[in-house]
Design a protein. Structure first.
Length: 279
């Protein structure tokens, strides 16, 4: 299918408002995370608690992703990365795997025009092997259609795993070294990052996971090395933009020192965190 991306800088539509009329909190731009990684957990448990098949939870989670993207636009987040299908998800039942493959494909097809109207740039991170050709086609179509957009970048992580991404990068570097195009002593963190799936994707600032689980589950383990972790009790289908905004408020209050420290013994303010020390 041939698609024509709209020109960069065109007028875009604002996202639909939240049904409650809620508006994002006013947070200084410097305290808004640039990149939010989202683990959309709890779809199956949400469905099971209602006596429904697991796939109904995945269906219900589609609206949550759209609403969180809308909330990201409204509060000023620049990047959202969504864990849509992991390299470990192939171990689920064949029926659920088939559903998830078709569902990811159909969500992209159904929602790409809406995303495009909001100015969302859609990208894909993940491995090609084993992934359905029809899913790859929809991912690439959405990427091409939205490539000039800049309101927010939504990276769909499909057939993605953090360890797999690092292993693939290491293999690519090893090939360069073996071919004589790269010297081993030139390999450092900055160079290594250029071989990741999306090398221009900024580090994760806020890592958000739903459904009460408190682990990162192999998601963006390189990019999230210094991320602030926020865990929600609600299953993913019960999450909306207000949960994102509360997580951003939590992030804005965190003291981020990246391994540094502040010595208050010289008369600095005790107990609190100065604005200059927050990041």
């Amino acid at each position: 299918m041939s698609v024509v991306p709209l020109p960069a800088g065109r007028p875009v539509e604002p996202p639909y408002p939240h049904p409650s009329g809620a508006r994002p909190p006013e947070i200084p731009k410097e305290f808004v995370p640039r990149h939010v990684a989202v683990v959309m957990d709890g779809n199956g448990r949400w469905a099971n608690a209602r006596g429904l098949p697991r796939v109904e939870g995945h269906k219900a989670g589609e609206a949550s992703l759209l609403d969180v993207v809308a909330g990201a636009i409204e509060i000023g987040v620049e990047h959202v990365s969504a864990y849509a299908f992991s390299t470990e998800n192939w171990s689920r039942s064949p029926d659920e795997v088939r559903f998830l493959m078709g569902f990811n494909r159909d969500v992209l097809r159904r929602r790409r025009d809406l995303m495009n109207s909001w100015g969302v740039r859609v990208r894909w991170a993940g491995r090609r092997p084993r992934l359905w050709r029809s899913v790859i086609n929809e991912l690439e179509t959405a990427e091409e259609l939205t490539r000039n957009n800049s309101t927010v970048t939504l990276t769909m992580c499909v057939n993605y795993g953090g360890r797999a991404e690092i292993a693939d990068a290491a293999q690519a570097i090893a090939r360069e070294v073996a071919a004589g195009r790269l010297k081993p002593d030139k390999v450092n963190e900055k160079l290594f990052a250029r071989y990741l799936d999306e090398p221009d994707l900024p580090d994760v600032d806020l890592f958000l996971r739903s459904s009460g689980e408190q682990r990162i589950s192999n998601f963006m383990i390189w990019q999230a090395a210094y991320a602030e972790l926020v865990f929600l009790d609600e299953p993913w289908p019960d999450v909306d933009r207000r949960h994102l905004w509360r997580a951003v408020e939590t992030y804005a209050r965190r003291d981020r020192r990246y391994g540094g420290a502040v010595d208050r013994a010289d008369g600095g303010s005790a107990g609190g965190v100065d604005e200059a020390d927050r990041r």
